[in-house]
Structure formats: structure tokens, C-alpha cells
Design a binder for this molecule. Structure first.
Ligand code: SF4
Ligand code: SF4
Length: 71
């Protein structure tokens, strides 16, 4: 998934670029809505500050060893 870092100046380019409406304007910085974002990456190159970055999934969010086959 992608996140917007604190240096965002709310220029709004990313909102225009995202066809899914997955970026909302916040009070200080814009925010990517994880439930709508498909991680297509289209918003990344339009950000003049380079503050849209990919964030690796947290380990606890992706249980890869969830008792497979153990009954
Ligand atoms: S394009 Fe970058 S600086 Fe502009 S609002 Fe989006 S995240 Fe913020
Ligand atoms: S990665 Fe794609 S879907 Fe997600 S906020 Fe950016 S443009 Fe929208």
C-alpha cells in the first residue's frame, strides 16, 4: 500500500490523478484511504515532493505462518 508522508503540501495533484478517489484532503496533509487504494502507483510520479511512498505490509497484518495444516 501507499502512504503520504508529512511533508505533503496539499497541492492536490495526487487527488486529480487517482481515478478511484482514494485520496482525501486532510487538514495538514492528504491521506490515502487504504480501503479504496489498489496500490496502482499512478499517484506516485505526479507528486512534486515525492512524498507518496510504498509502505511494506506490517508483519502482524500478514500472517504467513497461520498454523497451516496443524489440526
Ligand atoms: S501530490 Fe504530493 S504534495 Fe501534492 S497533495 Fe499529493 S501527496 Fe501532497
Ligand atoms: S496508488 Fe493508485 S489507487 Fe492508490 S491512491 Fe495512488 S492513484 Fe489512487
Amino acid at each position: 500500500m501507499y502512504v503520504i508522508l508529512e511533508k505533503c503540501d496539499r497541492c492536490g495533484f495526487c487527488i486529480v490523478e487517482c481515478a478511484l478517489g482514494a485520496i482525501e484532503s486532510g487538514k495538514k496533509i492528504n491521506r490515502i484511504l487504504p480501503e479504496k487504494c489498489t496500490s496502482c502507483g499512478a499517484c506516485v510520479p505526479v507528486c512534486p515532493l515525492g512524498v507518496i511512498v510504498e509502505r511494506p505490509a506490517q508483519e502482524k497484518d500478514a500472517p504467513h505462518d497461520a498454523a497451516a495444516g496443524a489440526r
